[in-house]
Ligand binder design. Structure first.
Ligand SMILES: Cc1ncc(COP(=O)(O)O)c(C=O)c1O
Length: 391
């Protein structure tokens, strides 16, 4: 969350005073409006807002695509664990694959790792940086696999001028507290596909058998979860959406200035990016030849850097439910033991993606603050220059 203030308070107060907090039947239609506005911003036909966050968005996207037991889904070894857990939540098996030096899923890995049961791929636009969607789309078309974009950390970003989330069969966003825009907890799934949308809609609304819209659906109601967004969330997100482009502009400007101030300085090498203009500007990413160099740079006073290898559940070696094959609400519902999943590649080892671990050890991320004053930015540049000399 970067900006929140009086405008949000005013809107929330209006909703509370009206007494219309439940989206179904509300005369305010805050969630309905946000969904239309969000779909229009991303450039898709449908958007569904969810109280359950990006995790719920991923689950709804997978449900929407009919993915379940017997299916493998490729996920990168560097993403928040929720990406992989969502796959397990629908009874499918996540197959963890390597990233490239941009910190996003390596398209060549899709080519190498796709098997006869691989139905979908989840490229993740980590720390606001777009994955190589063009190459990923080419391989997925060839292999007849679906793409679900995880844009939870890259809300509003773009690739080749088109917003992230609009490139695959479905796109997913998180609006939790740490994201570019926020309502505390919440998320959204977008798609152009009517069936995917309807299936997600039904699933997120406990089956939706009695809802006013149920008669208009072409899919049969199935038992689902309760993931509906409230009108308070809708109102809050509508204000946050209006702030999005100015937040991105400020982040990108500060990042550009930081990088310009470091260009050509010894020891400093920026990590490659698949689309600089579409990058959200959440972090500046630097590369080093060794982990020791990376640690020296990151810990230099004033740099405030961190190594992605230290980011806990964002690294597959810390995904205990996958490593230990403990998933599902009951042992009989554990996807790893389901008969349909026995032919799949179920084993994840800490050594499964060595290149990913190497990249994460030799990269340093410096978080961008959209509110840096010129003095603060100059101090950051100076610290990075000094740190670069020690590398
Ligand atoms: C890449 C990624 N995917 C999925 C999620 C899950 O989102 P949420 O916490 O909103 O459920 C997150 C959240 O941090 C994330 O960073």
């Amino acid at each position: 969350m970067y900006r929140m203030g009086e405008a949000e308070i005013k809107e929330i107060s209006r909703v509370i005073r009206s007494g219309n907090l439940f989206r179904i039947g509300s005369c305010l239609k805050e969630v309905d409006r946000f969904e239309r506005e969000w779909a229009s911003l991303v450039g898709t036909r449908y958007a569904l807002c969810l109280s359950g966050g990006g995790t719920a968005g991923l689950i709804c996207a997978l449900v929407g695509l009919g993915i379940g037991p017997g299916d493998e889904v490729l996920v990168p070894g560097y993403t928040f664990m929720a990406t992989a857990l969502a796959v397990l939540a629908v009874g499918a098996i996540p197959v963890v694959v390597e990233i490239d030096e941009t910190l996003t899923l390596d398209p060549e890995e899709i080519e190498r790792k796709a098997g006869p049961n691989t139905r979908a791929v989840i490229p993740v636009h980590m720390v606001g940086r777009p994955a190589n969607l063009s190459a990923i789309r080419t391989v997925c078309r060839k292999k007849k696999m679906k793409i679900i974009e995880d844009a939870c950390q890259a809300v509003g970003g773009s690739y080749r001028g088109k917003r992230l989330g609009a490139w695959g069969e479905a796109g997913v966003f998180s609006f939790n507290y740490y994201k570019i825009i926020s309502c505390g907890e919440g998320g959204a799934v977008v798609t152009d596909n009517r069936t995917v949308y309807e299936r997600a809609l039904v699933y997120h609304d406990g089956g939706a058998s009695f809802r006013p819209y149920a008669g208009k659906l072409s899919v049969l109601p199935v038992a689902g979860l309760q993931l509906r967004a409230s009108e308070i969330m809708g109102a809050l997100l509508r204000v946050q959406r209006r702030r999005l482009d100015s937040i991105l502009k400020a982040l990108r400007q500060q990042k550009k200035r930081l990088e310009a101030g470091l260009k050509g300085y010894p020891g400093i090498r920026l990590a490659p990016c698949h689309d600089e203009a579409g990058d959200c500007g959440v972090v500046a990413a630097f590369q080093f030849d060794t982990e020791e160099q990376a640690r020296r740079f990151a810990s230099f006073p004033g740099v405030g850097g961190s190594l992605p290898i230290d980011s806990g559940k964002h690294v597959y070696t810390n995904w205990e439910p996958l490593l230990n094959q403990r998933a599902g609400p009951h042992p009989d519902l554990n996807p790893y033991f389901l008969p349909a999943n026995q032919p799949l590649r179920r084993k994840l080892w800490p050594e499964s993606c060595p290149r990913t671990l190497q990249i994460l050890k030799k990269t340093v991320l410096v978080a961008i603050n959209p509110y840096w004053t010129k003095r603060q930015l100059d101090a950051k540049i100076k610290a990075c220059r000094e740190a670069g000399k020690l590398v």
